[in-house]
Write a protein of this length. Sequence first.
Length: 251
Amino acid sequence: MDLDQENYPGGFFTLMRRLEKRERPFDNPLAALPPADCDLTALLEQRISEVPDTSDMAEDRCNALRKQALLRAEFSGQPELWALHALCIAILRRQPPHPLARQLFLRIWTEHGKDLAAGLPVRWLIAAATTFADHGETIDQRLGGQGLMLLFDLIKLHDSERRESRRKNSVGFPRQRGGPKPDDLAFGMVPYALERGDLDMNLLARLWRHAENVAVLRPLGVQMLRMVMSDPRSIFGRIQRYKNRTDRDDG
């Protein structure tokens, strides 16, 4: 392995510069956020019907009111709480994180986590997991959020690259018998034993433990992990065709 080769030109210096540029804070986020003690139940019951016109707003990534308008347009017809939740996430992606956005984000999941987990699109569930990873109130919330974020981000990376093969994501690659094996895994790792290995099961079980044991994270974690358990279109679904189920350890 050539440690001098860089998959990303400029290495981590360039990656960090790019991240820091994207983390420039919003100007006056308080103009878009409600008070910390706002009535979240009322926002859950209220549907977004009128969306501000953003055509006269300059395309400024740091304009909090413009971001709020764009998010409300995205969730048109949905609860106002969805847009507020998304706005809190957007603000918390910037540095330094705003304490009011963090307080509201944690309140939303504490008081209405089941509603969010059941109603939000998957991309906002992943965004919520990322926000828990960065801004969770406890180490368990942060570890659980980080695990869920990495799980879904890596599924998306892996399956998006695989999609270039034009095969359905619910269909595995055909097994080739005989002949030389392809290149080794990256970093010299030993290939996973698809028929008998338990890496996938242990990974999911550890994440499920976090989801069950952390009350605020539970609705989000359970929803996301049930999606992994039931959808055949990810790597976790495809590898089931290789499993020798008679070798499972049920004890």
